[in-house]
Design a protein around this ligand. Structure first.
Ligand code: GDP
Ligand code: IMO
Ligand code: MG
Length: 423
């Protein structure tokens, strides 16, 4: 099992970090491959809760080298805030490595993100306002500044000054306030010096680790339906969270990947705008939000709740070559009389054959459901499939039947050990 990928199969916050933490102990490296500090990854160990945005979720293991891959966009103030907080809590970040090829986020990217969102008015995407889209846009325009550029401090300062000056023109043209470029140069010169010891040629580092017989875990942020190509465009993020993005974002080729673990909540949530066929508005949705604590780790926004959607999951199996699924937060549905699961979409009274390539159409579909009886008892203490109540097992089996891959992990609570592992 040299390389495993963990990928979200819905619209994010599926519990990826908890599963990564669970699997990390058997891997030498845990590598983030895309996104940036728009991610909010929560790991709970005993009474300690760690909310990670940039540092890979494997950091809690001394045996793991956490790596920020080349596909990530890195906000240095956030990175060091996170590193300082982890070290304060006794988690060493000395092993952390940042790809020299990773793009850096600058304050003007955040300003641009906010100005673009407010210009969209009601049509806004509902981004995290972290500057993710503008940073990836600069990468595509080939005017981005990369982590490795800090190796030459004079040239780095020159690049920040140059890009900062042209960004200032853009920001003021968009109606924003001009910023002091020299302040940014000074701030980032300091941050750049601090970054220096963490920078590495992570592509060769990872391949050397593989050749030495190690296993590597690639940590996806965001999710399949936030993917810039395959998600509900334009209500998506600006990278490729799908498993293919793991190759581009780390420099590891597809033949080295032997395991792709999709993560799905036992219901669905979405933060920000965009179509959502199984969305639940009303009391049941409020109950899911309350019981599941469905508020964003990064922005604190209430997540939109809905039922589990197997049309989406089937499509996620295709897009990511999923080998297995982890079904998380099944315990959140413990008190429900009925658990609904969407197994199809209808448009104008006719069934759709699969997940549509048109978000206008997705916005119009009516979800069709199978109603499953609830189990009405806590799942949290369950540690084997046999211990789970039959009604809960039936939901898991329904998912397997519809998506054609095994559910290998069932989440029954937020803590590291709150899992049912199926052989
Ligand atoms: P990620 O972005 O996919 O890593 O997920 P988040 O960390 O943003 O959100 C998932 C939330 O659910 C976190 O607060 C986790 O601690 C919590 N969680 C994960 N798995 C389970 C589970 O099986 N049951 C319960 N009750 N909570 C879970
Ligand atoms: P994790 O890794 C949930 C959403 C935003 C917005 C859209 C674009 O914790 O699952 P962006 O700031 O990326 O340009 O915003 O994507 N979004 C997420 N939603 N979980 C995330 O990360 C997200 N990262 C971005 O809400 O709709
Ligand atoms: Mg999250």
């Amino acid at each position: 099992m040299p390389v495993a990928v963990v990928v979200g199969t819905q619209w994010g916050d599926e519990g990826k970090a908890k599963v990564i933490d669970l699997l990390a102990g058997k891997h030498s490296h845990v590598v983030r491959y895309q996104g940036g500090h728009n991610a909010g990854h929560t790991v709970v160990v005993g009474d300690q809760r760690y909310a990670l945005q940039l540092v890979p979720s494997g950091v809690l293991y001394d045996s793991v080298t956490p790596v920020i891959g080349n596909g990530v966009v890195v906000d240095l103030p956030t990175l060091f805030k996170e590193v300082d907080e982890l070290q304060r809590r006794g988690v060493s970040c000395e092993r952390l490595r940042v790809s020299s090829l990773a793009q850096l986020i600058f304050p003007w990217h955040q300003m641009h993100d906010a100005l673009a969102e407010s210009a969209l008015g009601d049509a806004k995407i509902g981004t995290t306002l972290k500057g993710i889209g503008p940073a990836y846009a600069d990468k595509a325009l080939r005017v981005g500044i990369r982590a490795g550029d800090v190796r030459d401090p004079k040239r780095f300062a020159m690049l920040v000054r140059e890009r900062g000056t042209s960004a200032n023109t853009l920001i003021t043209a968009l109606g924003g306030a001009a910023f002091n470029v020299e302040d940014v140069v000074a701030q980032f010169s300091e941050l750049g010096a601090r970054l220096l010891p963490y920078i590495a040629d992570t592509v060769n580092l990872l391949h050397d680790a593989l050749e030495a017989g190690n296993n590597i875990l690639l940590e996806g942020a965001q999710a399949t339906f936030l993917d810039i190509d395959h998600g509900t465009y334009p209500f998506v993020t600006s990278s490729n969270p799908t498993a293919g993005g793991a190759c581009a974002g780390t420099g590891i080729g597809p033949r080295d990947i032997t395991r792709v673990v999709g993560i799905a909540k036992a219901y669905t949530t979405r933060v920000g705008s965009g179509p959502f066929p199984t969305e639940l508005i009303g009391e049941l949705g409020d109950a899911i939000v309350d019981i599941g604590h469905e508020f964003g780790t990064v922005t604190g926004r209430r997540r939109r709740p809905g039922w589990l959607d197997l049309v989406m999951l089937r499509h996620a199996v295709r897009l990511n070559s999923l080998s297995e699924l982890a079904l998380t937060k099944l315990d959140v549905l413990d008190t429900f009389d009925t658990v609904r699961v969407c197994t199809g979409y209808m448009v104008d009274g006719k069934p759709l054959s699969g997940y549509p390539d048109d978000i206008e159409l997705l916005g119009k579909v009516t979800a069709t459901y199978v109603d499953m009886p609830g189990w009405k008892q806590p799942l949290r203490a369950c540690r084997s499939f046999a211990e789970m109540p039959e009604a809960a097992r039936r939901v898991v089996e329904l998912v397997e039947q519809h998506i054609g891959i095994p559910v290998s992990i069932v989440g029954v609570g937020p803590e590291r050990d709150d899992c049912v592992l199926r052989a």
